[in-house]
Design a protein around this ligand. Structure first.
Ligand SMILES: Cc1cc2nc3c(=O)[nH]c(=O)nc-3n(C[C@H](O)[C@H](O)[C@H](O)COP(=O)(O)O)c2cc1C
Length: 421
């Protein structure tokens, strides 16, 4: 039983049923997504902090310009003034997507992970700009994530590509799917795929921090499949979260899923955007090093390594330059925690903020080491080098292992003599 015995059909196209999940901020790079595309699967890029990401890749200066424009506000806890320039958001997104799409060379597809919870001080208009720009730049699919996305389809319903671009939704429960479908029916725009993300995934979780252990991906996937059958809806279902071997993946395909979405195993590949040292931390992780906490100002629980530098942040909020999590009133949980800690600070003592963190900065600087539950198993997937460091596999190594492996075997990459960084 192996993944390669199956194919994913979306519209008139067939794919190898392996989807590399979106990992912001620029962990699922253009290069990582393109590997999946070249091998006939689907790769995601993510538009989290897209202006900042463009600055890193193309040496643009969106972040510096914004920071300068609002520098007068840096000591003000009220960030209501701090808005993104919608033209900048559109331009950055278009540049980033065009850069990726123009390098396609295979039979697969490139999708964009768009998180609704990136409210960017103007949730509707910034999301509309991101989605429209991605479509104009030729993205193959939009994966709506991190939120119920109740009004997201309305934002783009008049776009010329509304019916041609593939649209998918990430859900973690039947309730969330039902809510989304009600609006989708009204707009006569049924999603082209449904990603069911279980409690073992990386990034933010669609479960409560106290009871995620009670849920199980297979059970939710079975419920969704049953529901779609009863509704006579033929929509590919794509499970995600904790699928570690090709055999894990094939078991879901046998159950009736159309593909799997995977991410954790790709975090340590050469193509992943994480810095070399962080990839080494991921591989050295033990089960006890992973935590699900509530420090993300999005309000969603998040899984990460306990050693993440972001958990020791006490910096001034960085919203003038970043500000991707500001709500429509210019508020963010970290701002409140920071100013509360500042006023309670004792002379000569280090300020401690434990309930929230500046996720915008943490993700931008690769200081938030978000990861899937199976991260502690990454050492099974690669070789230890003579100097004690770990070899970084290529994304193609991992993709083909998922595609062809059987009996839960994991094919490690061919050993390299030289340490790569
Ligand atoms: C490092 C990392 C970052 C992630 N970032 C995002 C994200 O920005 N948006 C999102 O919708 N999902 C995100 N995810 C979830 C993945 O896209 C994927 O659905 C899930 O992690 C798959 O499970 P697995 O990691 O066990 O293979 C992230 C996952 C990881 C490991």
């Amino acid at each position: 039983m192996k993944v390669d015995n199956y194919r994913l059909q979306i519209g008139s196209k067939e794919y190898v049923p392996i989807v590399i999940g979106g990992m912001g901020v620029n962990i699922s790079t253009t290069e990582l997504a393109l590997t999946a595309e070249t091998l006939g699967g689907i790769g995601h890029i993510s538009d989290a902090e897209v202006c900042y990401v463009c600055d890193q890749i193309f040496s643009t200066s969106y972040t510096t310009r914004k920071r300068k424009k609002y520098s007068y506000n840096a000591n003000n806890p009220d960030k209501a003034d701090v808005c993104f320039d919608l033209d900048d958001v559109f331009e950055a997104q278009k540049t980033y997507v065009e850069h990726t799409i123009s390098q396609k060379s295979g039979n697969g597809a490139i999708f964009m992970n768009c998180m609704e919870k990136l409210t960017m001080r103007n949730s509707s208009e910034t999301l509309r700009a991101r989605l429209s720009a991605a479509m104009e730049a030729g993205i193959d699919g939009l994966t709506l994530a991190a939120g119920l996305n109740l009004r997201t389809l309305d934002l783009i319903k008049d776009h010329p590509r509304f019916h041609d671009v593939k649209i998918g939704i990430i859900i973690s429960s039947m309730r969330a799917l039902n809510i989304f479908l009600k609006r989708a029916y009204k707009l006569q725009r049924i999603p082209n795929y449904i990603i069911v993300e279980g409690p073992l995934a990386g990034g933010h979780l669609g479960f409560s921090p106290d009871d995620w252990q009670m849920y199980d991906l297979k059970t939710i996937v079975k419920e969704v499949l049953e529901f779609l059958k009863n509704e006579n809806l033929n929509i590919p279902v794509i499970p995600a979260g904790g699928i570690f071997t090709g055999t894990d993946a094939a078991e879901f395909l046998q159950l009736g899923a159309s593909a799997v979405q995977v991410a954790t195993r790709f975090t340590i590949t050469k193509e992943s955007g994480l810095p070399y040292e962080v990839k080494q931390h991921y591989i050295n992780t033990e089960k006890d090093d992973i935590v699900v906490n509530t420090v993300s100002p999005t309000g969603y629980p998040m899984r990460m390594l306990k050693k993440s530098p972001v958990l020791n942040y006490s910096m001034k909020p960085n919203c003038e330059g970043l500000g991707y999590l500001l709500d429509n009133k210019g508020k963010c949980g970290y701002i409140d925690s920071y100013y509360k800690a500042l006023s309670a600070r004792e002379e000569g003592r280090r300020m401690e903020i434990t309930d929230q963190t500046c996720l915008c900065t943490g993700m931008a600087k690769y200081d938030c080491w978000t990861c899937g539950d199976t991260t502690y198993r990454l050492k099974e997937t690669t070789n230890k080098m003579p100097d004690g460091s770990w070899q970084l596999p290529s994304a193609a190594d991992i993709f083909t292992d998922y595609q062809f492996s059987e009996d839960h075997l994991i094919q490690k990459p061919s050993p390299e003599e030289k340490v790569n960084s």
